[in-house]
Design a protein around this ligand. Structure first.
Ligand code: COA
Length: 159
């Protein structure tokens, strides 16, 4: 029997939890992100709190255990939001947590009045690209270097 997946929005008071989950993501899946574990591990408390003020951060939990995280914030153009920081703990993959996190950010963006959602996904990250395609995202055609020898592709969908 599968357990229920719940999500909740983090506040600046949750900065230690945010730090733990984000560092776990950067350490476990360095290929997936533009930021690095080394670049963030020594950040002071103020930076973690700021990260919770400038973007809206969610965690997913299963039986009270953190299973994944995702963030939402302003996109590059007016009326557009951006989804970033998607990560599911390997122990909880292939159980629908990614789908729940996408829906959580889409719901947040819809109630915040955004009309379109953008994200970037690195080349060869087929698990993530399938997750986004299944949730209605398509490549926009934009691509950029994420690190030497690796591109990331932009995807979007209307909200
Ligand atoms: C990409 C990522 C977030 C996907 O998370 P996930 O929780 O495994 O995603 P889902 O469970 O929603 O979907 C994954 C697969 O499991 C399947 N699945 C979903 N629920 C399932 C269930 N109850 N039983 C079996 N399979 C299930 C989905 O159909 C999907 O299959 P597919 O890939 O063959 O199409 C995760 O692999 C990850 O964190 N990767 C590293 C970080 C990363 O790449 N982040 C994205 C940055 S852009």
């Amino acid at each position: 029997m599968s357990s229920a997946i719940s999500t909740r929005r983090l506040t600046p008071e949750d900065w230690q939890l945010f730090r733990r989950v984000r560092l776990a993501a950067l350490e476990e899946a360095p290929y997936a992100f533009g930021s690095t574990y080394e670049g963030e591990v020594d950040a002071p408390q103020s930076r973690w709190r700021q990260g919770l003020e400038t973007r809206t951060r969610f965690i997913a939990e299963i039986d009270g255990v953190v299973a994944g995280t995702v963030s939402g914030g302003d996109g590059d153009s007016s009326g557009a939001a951006a989804m970033t920081g998607m990560w599911v703990d390997p122990r909880f993959r292939r159980q629908g947590v990614g789908d729940v996190l996408v829906k959580t950010v889409m719901d947040w963006a819809r109630s915040a009045g955004y009309r379109e959602m953008f994200l970037w996904v690195t080349d060869a990250n087929t698990d993530a690209e399938r997750l986004y395609q299944r949730n209605g995202f398509v490549r926009t055609g934009a691509a950029q270097d994420v690190r030497p020898g690796h591109l990331e592709y932009e995807m979007s969908r209307t909200i």
